[in-house]
Design a protein around this ligand. Structure first.
Ligand code: RB5
Length: 148
């Protein structure tokens, strides 16, 4: 199960991404927003991120105008690793090198034909482990120091 959430800047792309997930048979849970009316990205991101933290969802897709607000917010949560991706290669590397469990998309800068290869790469790649694990362990140490 994939959590998906957007603000008004990401709403249109979220609706397209949902159609893609349906086409490829990936189940999702939509945490809003439900229109292009102005809203605040943390409101919709929070329950989607918590669904990943509590393992109700395996991963989350967050969409705002740039992907940056969603990314900054998501990375405040323990055990959440997120970055804004704008092409297929960075989507793949986000999983292979960073083992990110959340991806953010810039809804005002990419369309669905650009989003699909990014999602296919992120969802379809495996974490490479090895030296990348050591780096993630360093991040976990900082989490222990700085997060409850
Ligand atoms: C909303 O106008 C916009 O600031 C938001 O979607 C996002 O881009 C923030 O990072």
């Amino acid at each position: 199960m994939i959590a998906i959430a957007a603000d008004h800047g990401g709403y249109a792309l979220k609706e397209e991404v949902k159609k893609y997930l349906e086409e490829v048979g990936i189940e999702y849970k939509d945490f809003g927003t439900d229109s292009e009316e102005r809203t605040d990205y943390p409101v919709h991101a929070k329950p989607a991120i918590e669904a990943v933290q509590n393992k109700e969802c395996e991963k989350a897709i967050l969409i705002c105008g740039t992907g940056f607000g969603m990314t900054i917010f998501a990375n405040k949560f323990k055990g959440i690793y997120c970055a804004s991706c704008w092409n297929e290669d960075v989507g793949r590397l986000l999983k292979e090198h960073n083992n990110a469990n959340v991806i953010a998309l810039p809804g005002r800068f990419i369309n669905i034909s650009q989003a699909v290869p990014i999602l296919r790469a992120w969802l379809g790649s495996e974490f490479l482990a090895g030296r990348y694990t050591e780096r993630l362990q360093m991040i976990e140490e900082i989490e222990k120091e700085n997060m409850k």
